[in-house]
Write a protein that binds this ligand. Structure first.
Ligand SMILES: NC(=O)c1ccc[n+]([C@@H]2O[C@H](COP(=O)([O-])OP(=O)(O)OC[C@H]3O[C@@H](n4cnc5c(N)ncnc54)[C@H](OP(=O)(O)O)[C@@H]3O)[C@@H](O)[C@H]2O)c1
Length: 349
């Protein structure tokens, strides 16, 4: 049993107030309490890896299904069962569940699934390429866009978790040119040199329509949209006949509720026979095994790489979340418990 497992104190992040605009650390508090006892039929999990996601920002607002104030939050999490009172879970096994934002969780059967082990694939990948982030990219490209070999693809939010996964999957699925947008010059360089984009731009550098026209002078077949707003309007203009728009997220508007969204040129949608479709990955969980079948062999062969920003220490979970909203991450942001930091990497942060 490691030091964290021996702890008698558990910590839970709770939301304390509803933000208007960007949230701050003052919208959260960390509550300490005794490590919970699993009731009969449940198991106690010591959490090791946490995902924080843009949808958490949406859940901070006073909307149906929102986070309750002064209550444990939810989020995708990987942990190890440390005490079990159900035959469904065995002590020592790794599980994926959604009772996150806390150091310890009590789970019932049906609330967690055992993580499959894939040789040579790091655990963080179960929150990035093989987790909800990768599943979103995979479903967006295959089920929603119905990507065809040779399709030229524009991705907004290209340097984030879904954006990097989209590019790497699209390349393996035979896409044509890949064009990406991101928020800094360093990210643009990263897209071109590491992720495999053919062209990229910083969306701060001018009107999105002009930047996209320069990066994709011959147009695009598909737009995978993580951002919305001005880039969505620009993509409608750049799409070729029978083009598709996959609406994945609208992060340009989550923290600016009072900003006016730019207008789409609606006649283009008719005249170019465009199709725009959004989806929620929660409605496509049945694609999980298909994602494993597709991605795991490529991960194991080295043809596919997970882009991740790993932050060490549960105490940094809130700052990692707020940093992600400001664009401080490249690839999927994952928080890792200190006990999981490889010995050689300890103390380097
Ligand atoms: N439909 C679904 O089921 C589903 C599932 C997962 C995610 N999503 C959505 O997919 C999108 C990406 O999610 P993710 O988990 O991969 O997060 P992410 O892209 O890894 O992180 C968020 C990124 O958003 C960018 N950003 C922040 N403010 C922005 C703005 N005003 N304009 C443009 N970009 C901005 C930042 O990058 P820059 O430095 O480039 O600005 C930041 O790194 C989000 O909209 C999310 O809600 C939807």
């Amino acid at each position: 049993m490691n030091s964290a497992a021996a702890d008698t104190t558990a910590r839970t992040v709770q939301q304390t107030a509803r933000p208007h605009g960007f949230p701050t650390p003052e919208h959260f508090e960390v509550v300490e309490h005794a490590v919970p006892e699993p009731a009969p039929g449940t198991a106690l999990v010591e959490n090791l890896y946490w995902s924080v996601d843009p949808y958490h920002r949406e859940m901070m607002d006073d909307l149906p299904g929102a986070f309750d104030l002064h209550a444990p939050l939810e989020g995708r999490t990987i942990g190890r069962v440390i005490a079990s009172r159900t035959p469904q879970f065995t002590e020592g096994e790794l599980v994926f569940h959604r009772r996150g934002w806390r150091t310890h969780s009590v789970i019932a059967p049906g609330e967690a699934r055992k993580l499959p082990h894939f040789d040579g694939v790091p655990l963080t990948t179960h929150l990035s390429l093989l987790g909800g982030t990768g599943l979103t990219a995979y479903v967006g490209l295959t089920r929603i866009a119905r990507l065809q070999p040779g399709d030229d693809v524009f991705v907004s939010g290209a340097a984030g978790g879904v954006g990097t996964a989209t590019a790497r999957f699209a390349r393996l699925l035979g896409a044509g040119r890949l064009i990406g947008s991101a928020g800094t010059a360093a990210k643009v360089r990263h897209l071109l040199t590491e992720v495999g984009y053919d062209a990229a731009f910083d969306y701060h550098d001018g009107p999105a329509a002009e930047l996209l026209a320069a990066a994709a002078p011959d147009g695009i077949d598909l737009f995978v949209d993580n951002v919305g707003g001005e880039q969505l309007a620009a993509a409608v203009g750049a799409l070729r006949e029978f083009g598709r728009i996959v609406r994945i997220g609208t992060i340009s508007q989550y923290n600016t509720p009072d900003a006016l969204a730019p207008k789409l040129h609606y006649p283009d949608i008719v005249e170019k026979s465009l199709r725009m479709e959004g989806f929620l990955v929660s409605n496509h969980q049945d694609a999980q095994q298909e994602l494993y079948d597709f991605a795991v062999p490529h991960l194991q062969s080295g043809r596919l790489t997970a882009d991740e920003t790993v932050v060490d220490g549960f105490e940094h979970l809130v700052s990692a979340f707020l940093g992600m909203l400001r664009g401080e991450n490249t690839g999927k942001i994952v928080i890792r418990d200190h006990s999981e930091v490889p010995a050689g990497a300890r103390g380097k942060q």
